[in-house]
Design a protein around this ligand. Structure first.
Ligand code: CA
Length: 229
């Protein structure tokens, strides 16, 4: 079963370059040239595994498309295609729910490595041994890949779920950022460790009572993060 990838890019030559290389790597591809086009394709193809979203588009921007996709779909992997000059945009994209970003110009190998990492994560580990982990007021269901706080479900992306799972399996243990990066994003990940911090920031907003004074995801200065005290 081949993976289905949506490519949203308005520049036809870049889009076809990406499509050719993804097909060569064995992916099934769906093309979109505008934000609206992409949203329509997502609606008609609920089995899309990963969406590649260009930031600069004629009708809207990639962040808005990302936000709208995430509004109805937590499962899909989202990679933003950003220009080198859009340093801040990476962070904006991740805050809007993207899982990763690739800076233009990128090589086909870099792009497929990122997609592969996301696909592996989205499929999830099929370990059924532990059903759930509790850490009041949280309850993490491994089978359903969901997190509840005080009985209310917290909507998480696949990346956020993987981070929380890693934390809850290592309660009270300081985890270096590199270990979080390797466990969640995979050994082949070639991006920056900063992506960990951005996801943590977003997670704190979702799960902490006060994201400025976190009680659950604690910073271990110059090292990484720790779940609990
Ligand atoms: Ca563009």
């Amino acid at each position: 079963m081949s993976r289905k990838i949506l490519v949203l890019e308005d520049e036809a030559n870049i889009r076809s370059f990406i499509i050719i290389n993804l097909k060569r790597a064995g992916y099934e591809t769906i093309e979109a040239g505008t934000g609206q086009d992409a949203l329509d394709q997502i609606r008609h193809n609920p089995d899309i595994d990963v969406a590649l979203l260009d930031v600069m588009l004629p009708d809207t921007d990639g962040f808005e498309v990302c936000r709208r996709i995430r509004g109805s779909n937590k499962r899909i992997g989202i990679i933003m295609l950003t220009a080198r000059t859009q340093e801040m945009d990476k962070v904006t994209g991740l805050m809007m729910g993207a899982d990763d970003y690739v800076t233009k110009p990128f090589s086909p190998a870099e792009l497929t490595a990122r997609i592969d990492a996301l696909c592996r994560r989205a499929t999830g580990e099929t370990i059924m041994s532990t059903d759930e982990i509790t850490y009041p007021p949280f309850r993490l269901s491994i089978a359903n890949r969901t997190l509840e706080k005080n009985g209310q479900q917290v909507k998480l992306t696949q990346v956020e779920y993987s981070i929380i799972k890693l934390f809850m399996e290592n309660t009270g243990k300081a985890l270096p950022r590199e270990e979080i990066l390797e466990t969640v994003w995979g050994k082949d990940y070639i991006g920056e460790a900063k992506i960990v911090d951005v996801n943590i920031r977003r997670l704190r907003i979702k799960i902490e009572d006060d994201a400025q004074n976190p009680k659950f995801i604690n910073t271990v200065w110059g090292y990484g993060y720790k779940w609990g005290s």
